[in-house]
Design a protein around this ligand. Structure first.
Ligand SMILES: Nc1ncnc2c1ncn2[C@@H]1O[C@H](COP(=O)(O)OP(=O)(O)OP(=O)(O)O)[C@@H](O)[C@H]1O
Ligand SMILES: [Mg+2]
Length: 467
C-alpha cells in the first residue's frame, strides 16, 4: 500500500513518514499541491493521500477537488489545525474521507488510514461484484458462476425451446421454482400461462380436482363445475412442485395426461385435450422412491426426459459472494436505501456456514441484515445468532458425509466457534478468553489473526462532524 503525504512542514512530513513506514506502508512525500497532482497524473500508483489543508501555492481544498475529479476512488485524509474546524467541514463536503486535527496522536493516524483503506477495498470489491453480476453470470435472475450453475444455464438454454418434459432435482431452497420459471419464460410458451401446482400440500382428492377440474356434484361440496389447472395452463407450462409427494393413484392419471395429452374432469366421461408442457420438481431422490415402489417407473421416465440437477449451496461456495451482492441490491432497493457493504468478517462467517436451507436461507439472512442495518456496513452483529455462534452439535460436521468434506475447513470452523464464544463470555477481553480456552494470550492472538477474527476497534466515525 502506497500513501502520498502532502505537507509543507518538514517536521510533520517526517513524523507521518516514520509512523506509516513502521506500519509497513510505502510512503511518498510532496510539499505542495502542484507536486502532488503532477505525481498522481504521472504514475498514479497511490492508494491513499494525506493532505494538509494549509499549503503554499494552490490550496489544500483546490488540490482535494482536483484529486476528486481525476481519481474519484482515491481516499483523501485531511490534516487541519485544530482551530480551523471550518476548513475540515469544507473538506468533508468536497469528499475528503476524514480529517485529522493537529496536533494528532500517532495511533489516531494509523486507525484513520486503515479505516480509509478498508473502506476503499470494500467499495472496489463491491463494484467488482456488481460489474460481474451485470455481466454474464445471470440467466434472467438466476445468479451463479460456479461450474455447476453454468451447466444449469446451459441446460435451460438448450431445453427451453423444446416441448420436452423436464425434471428439476435439488434440495429445498436451491432454486427449483426459479429455474422452472426461467425455462417457461425462455420458451415459445412464454406468453401463455405458467401454472404452479403444489403437489405436496393437498390431500389426493383435492389435488386431482385442482389438476383436472370437476363437474358439478362430482363429490360433496362440488357445487359448480370447475376447470382444472391443466386447462388453465393450456398452451403454457405447468409446474408440478414436490412431485415426490403425489400418491400412486394420481400418478397414474398424470401419466395419462402426459401420454395422451388428454384427461377427464372428475365426475365426467368426456375427455379434454390440452397442450401443456410439464416441468416437475422434486427434493427427494425419485429413483429411490421408485425402488421402494412409491413412484411409478413409467411416470418417472416420462418426466425425466431432461433432468436439471441443482447443487446445494455448500457445493457452490464460490457463488456465495455473488448471491450476497444480488440480495443486497434487491433488498436495498426494496427498502429504498443505499446498499450497505459486507465487512470481511461477516463475509467469512457467511462463507463458512453450511447452508442447509440453501439459497433461501442465505437470502433470508441478507434481507434481515439489510432491514436491521442502520449504518453502511453489515457487521456480524446483524447476522442471526445461529450463524454467529453455530451450535457445537451441528457445526462443524462430526460425521464425514458421503461426498466428503475439507478437514481443514471443519477444524477452522470449530476453532472459530470456540473462540467467538469465549470472547463473548469474556466480554471481548482477549486475555480472559485465552484463559477460558487454556491458551497463552499470544497463541489466541495468533489464531484470531489466522482466522480473521477482529475485536472491535474504537469507532472513528463518531468524530466526523455531522454536515
Ligand atoms: N441461483 C439463484 N439466484 C438468485 N436467487 C436464487 C437462486 N437460487 C435460489 N434463489 C432464491 O432462493 C429462494 C428459494 O428458491 P426456490 O423457491 O426456487 O427454491 P426451491 O428449490 O423451489 O425450494 P423448495 O424445495 O423449498 O420449494 C427464492 O427466493 C429464489 O429467488
Ligand atoms: Mg419450491
Amino acid at each position: 500500500m502506497r500513501i502520498l503525504i502532502v505537507d509543507d512542514e518538514e517536521v510533520l512530513r517526517d513524523v507521518l513518514d516514520a509512523v506509516l513506514r513502521r506500519e509497513g506502508f510505502d510512503v511518498v512525500l510532496e510539499s505542495t499541491g502542484e507536486e502532488a497532482l503532477s505525481l498522481l497524473d504521472g504514475e498514479g500508483e497511490i492508494d491513499l493521500v494525506i493532505l494538509d489543508i494549509m499549503l503554499p501555492g494552490i490550496s489544500g481544498i483546490d488540490t482535494l477537488r482536483a484529486i476528486r475529479i481525476s481519481s474519484p476512488h482515491l481516499p483523501v485524509i485531511i490534516i487541519t489545525a485544530f482551530s480551523s474546524i471550518d476548513g475540515a467541514i469544507e473538506a468533508m463536503k468536497h469528499g475528503a474521507f476524514h480529517y485529522i486535527p493537529k496536533p494528532f496522536k500517532n495511533d489516531e493516524v494509523i486507525l484513520t488510514v486503515n479505516k480509509a483503506l478498508e473502506q476503499r477495498r470494500l467499495s472496489s470489491e463491491n463494484e467488482r461484484l456488481k460489474a460481474e453480476l451485470s455481466e454474464r453470470y445471470a440467466y434472467s435472475n438466476i445468479i451463479g458462476k460456479s461450474e455447476a450453475m453454468r451447466k444449469v444455464f446451459e441446460l435451460i438454454r438448450l431445453s427451453a425451446p423444446s416441448r420436452s418434459n423436464i425434471l428439476i432435482a435439488g434440495e429445498s431452497g436451491t432454486g427449483k421454482e426459479l429455474v422452472a420459471k426461467a425455462i417457461h419464460h425462455a420458451s415459445p410458451r412464454a406468453r401463455m400461462a405458467f401454472v404452479t401446482v403444489n403437489s405436496g400440500s393437498l390431500p389426493p382428492e383435492l389435488l386431482e380436482s385442482s389438476l383436472f377440474g370437476h363437474m358439478k356434484g362430482a363429490f360433496t361440496g362440488a357445487i359448480a363445475t370447475k376447470r382444472g389447472l391443466f386447462e388453465v395452463a393450456d398452451g403454457g407450462s405447468i409446474f408440478l412442485d414436490e412431485i415426490c409427494n403425489i400418491n400412486l393413484e394420481t400418478q397414474a392419471k398424470l401419466l395419462r395426461v402426459i401420454q395422451e395429452k388428454e384427461f377427464m374432469r372428475l365426475g365426467s366421461v368426456e375427455t379434454v385435450k390440452v397442450d401443456v408442457r410439464i416441468i416437475a420438481a422434486s427434493n427427494a431422490d425419485l429413483t429411490k422412491l421408485m425402488r421402494d415402489h412409491q413412484f411409478r417407473e413409467d411416470l418417472f421416465y416420462r418426466l425425466n426426459v431432461i433432468t436439471i440437477p441443482l447443487p446445494p449451496l455448500r457445493r457452490k461456495r464460490e457463488d456465495i459472494p455473488l448471491l450476497i451482492a444480488h440480495f443486497l441490491e434487491k433488498y436495498s432497493e426494496e427498502n429504498k436505501r443505499k446498499a450497505p457493504q459486507v465487512t470481511p468478517e461477516t463475509m467469512r462467517i457467511l462463507m463458512d456456514h453450511s447452508w442447509p436451507g440453501n439459497v433461501r436461507e442465505l437470502e433470508n439472512a441478507i434481507e434481515r441484515a439489510v432491514v436491521l442495518c442502520t449504518g453502511d456496513r453489515i457487521t456480524p452483529e446483524l447476522l442471526p445468532d445461529y450463524l454467529r455462534y453455530p451450535a457445537a452439535t451441528d457445526q462443524p460436521a462430526m460425521v464425514v458425509p458421503a461426498d466428503g468434506l475439507s478437514l481443514k475447513d471443519s477444524v477452522s470452523r470449530y476453532e472459530r466457534t470456540m473462540i467467538m464464544q469465549s470472547l463473548e463470555l469474556a466480554n471481548g477481553v482477549q486475555k480472559k478468553a485465552a484463559e477460558l480456552l487454556q491458551l497463552k494470550p499470544s497463541t489466541l492472538n495468533e489464531m484470531m489473526k489466522r482466522l480473521g477474527i477482529h475485536t472491535k476497534p474504537a469507532p472513528v466515525e463518531d468524530e466526523v462532524p455531522s454536515l
